[in-house]
Design a protein around this ligand. Sequence first.
Ligand code: GDP
Length: 695
Amino acid sequence: MMMLTKKMIEIRGLLQTVGQSDSLTLPAIVVIGSQSSGKSSVLEAIVGHEFLPKGSNMVTRRPIELTLVNTPDAHAEYGEFPALGLGKVTDFSQIQKTLTDLNLAVPTNDCVSDDPIQLRIYSPNVPDLSLIDLPGYIQVTGRDQPPELKERIAELCEKYIRAPNVILAISAADVDLANSTALRASRKVDPRGERTIGVITKMDLVDAERGASLLSDRKYALRLGYVGVVCRVPSSASGPKLFNRGNGNITTAIAKNESAYFSSHAEFGPESHLDVGTKNLRKKLMHVLEQTMAASLKTTGEAIQRELAEATYEYKVQYNERSLSAESYLAESLDAFKHSFRGFSEQFGRQEVRELLKHELDQQVLNLLAQRYWNRPLEDLSVPLPETDRLARLVKADPEGEDQIWKIKLDSSSAALTKLGVGRLATGVVASALQAHIDRLITTSRFEAHPFARQAITEASTSILKDLSYDISDELEICIKPYKYRIEVDDNEWAKGRENVTGVLREELKVCESAVKRVEEQIGGRKKAKDVMAFIDRVRSGQVVLEGDGVGGAGGFSSALLHKGRESVFLRDRSDVLKMRLLAIKSKQCANKKSKYHCPEVFLDAVADKLTTTADLFLDAELLSKFYYIFPRELDARLGRGLSQGEIDRFAREDPKIRRHLDVVRRKDLLEHVLKEMDGLRQLEAREKRYAAKR
Ligand code: GDP
C-alpha cells in the first residue's frame, strides 16, 4: 500500500505547482500546538534530524509544507527547497538556517504570512508523508510583538485545519488538557473528533498514572486516538548543542530513550492498549494520511476535471489552440528578427554607404570652403570691412591661375580634406548608421517588449562594430594614402564635380534662406529685421561706434535683438556668397579644370568624390559583409544556444501577453499530466487490491 501514498504525495506536489486553490489539492497533516508544547521536537523525531528554526522570538512565521519522501535504496539524506533552486542540501543545520532566514524575512509588523515554504526531505529513514507545520499558538503577546499577533496566528491555523486535512494537535502532558489551545482549535472545526490525532508530549514530565489517563481522555474523544511521546533529544545524541550541531540521525536515540521510559512503566504495557512512542505515531500518520488522501481522490479528481475544462476553454477561445512554450517563442522571435535583418542587409549596400559618405564629405567640403574662402570678417562688428574683399578678388581672378596665393590655398585645402582622418570618419559614419538601423529593427520587432533581449542585441552589434572598426579605419586610411600626395582630376571628374557641387551649394542656399526667414520671425518681422541689420552694417562699416560691444543694447535695439541681428547678417552674407559662387561655378571660367584655383568648390568636390569611391568600396567589402556575416551568429550565441532554461523562461514572461498565454498552456498541460497520473494511481490501487485478495 505504501506505493499509493508515495504516488498520492507526488500528485499533491504536482498540484502545488498548478497554483493555489483550495479544492485543487490532496489533504495533508497539519501540525498545530502552543509554543513550547514540543511541536518541533515531534516533527524532528519523525524526520530524524534537527532542522526546524529554534529561538524564543517567534521563529515560525510562515507555514512550512514539509514533504517527506522515502527513498529506500538510497543512503543519502537531504532536503530541497523547490522554490529556491538551491539544489540538494545535505547539511541539516543549513536547512535550519535557510528556514530561519525565510521566516525572519517576514516583517514583524505583518506578524505572520500565509505564503508557505516548500521543503522536501529525501531519506531512507523517513516515511512518505505530507505535513504542514504552522506557527505555534501564543498565550500572551510579548512586549516587542504586535498586539494582533495572537489573533493572526489563530486565523492562519484555522485556515489550514479545514477539512479534509488531518489535524495533529500537540499538547504537553504537564499542561491541563482542558487548556490545550491545539485541542480547542481542533474541536472548533472537528467537533466530533473525526480527523484529529492527539499527541501528548513530555510524557516523562508527569507520573505514569496521570500520563495514562491523558491518553484515554474521554472529554474530547478522538476517533484516531491520542499518542503519548517523549521526544526530547537525549543530550548525548545531539551533543552540546552550541558547540557541536551534529548532522547525525537522532531517530534511534529518541526511540531508545522513549522505549526505556514506556517499558519501565506498567501503565503503558501491552494490556493497556494505549498508543505510545514516536514509532507508533509515524505508523499512525502514514496510515491515516493514506486513508484520508484516498478518500479525497474522487473529489479532487473532479475538481481537476473542472479546472482542466476551464483551462481548455480559455486555450481554445483566447489562444485559438496555439501551443506555445518559452523556447518556441524565443526561437520564433529570433528567426523573425534575423529575417528582418536579412531584409535590411539586402537593401543596405555599397550604394547606400556611398550616399552616406558623400553627404558627410560634402559637409566637410562646405566647412573648408567657409573657413578658407568665404570668410569675410563678420563676427566683430566694431571692425570695419577690410579694404580688399577677398571674395571679390576671387571672382575676378585671372583665368590662368598664376596667382601663387590661390595655388597654395587650394593645395592646403585639398590636403586638409585628405588628411582629415577619412578612415576613422567614414568607418564611424557607416558603423553608426548600422547601429541606428539595428536599433530601428529592434523597435519594430517582438523584442521591443523584452528589455533583456533588447540589451543583448544592442550589445552584440556594438561590440562587433567596435571590434571591426578598429582595424578597418586604419586600413582604410592606408587605402586613401596616395591622395594625400597627389590628386589628378580628369575632365569627366571635373564635370561631375561641377554638377554635384552646384547641387550642394543650392541645397546650402536653401537652408540659409529658410534660416533667414526663421530669424526674421524671431526678430519680429521683415521690416524690423531690416532695421537691425542696417544698424549692424553701419557699425561694421565704421559709421557708428558701439560702446562696450553693445552689451545692454545700442541704437535703440536690445542686446538680444542685436544678437539675432548679427545672426541674420551672417546668414544674409552667407547667402550672398553662395549665390555669387553659384554664378561663378556656372560661368565659363569654371567649366574648365584649368581654372581649378579659382573654382575650389569644384576641385574639392572632385577630391571628396575620389575619397568616397575608395571608402565605399572598402567599407562594403570589409565592414558590411563582415558585419552581415557575424551579427546573426552572435545573435544565436547570445539569445539562442547561450541561454539557460531559467533565462529563456524569464525572457518569454517579460511580455505580459505571452506570460498569460504560457500560463494557460502550462496549466492545461499540468492538469492533463495530473489526470494521467491519477489514472495510473487508480490502476495501481486496483492491482494492489487484487494482490491483497489473492493473499
Ligand atoms: P515547540 O515550541 O512547540 O516547537 O517546542 P519544542 O519542540 O521546541 O520544545 C520545547 C521544549 O520542550 C524544549 O526545551 C524541548 O527540549 C522540550 N521537550 C520537547 N519534548 C519533550 C519531551 O518529550 N520531554 C521533555 N522532558 N522535554 C521535551
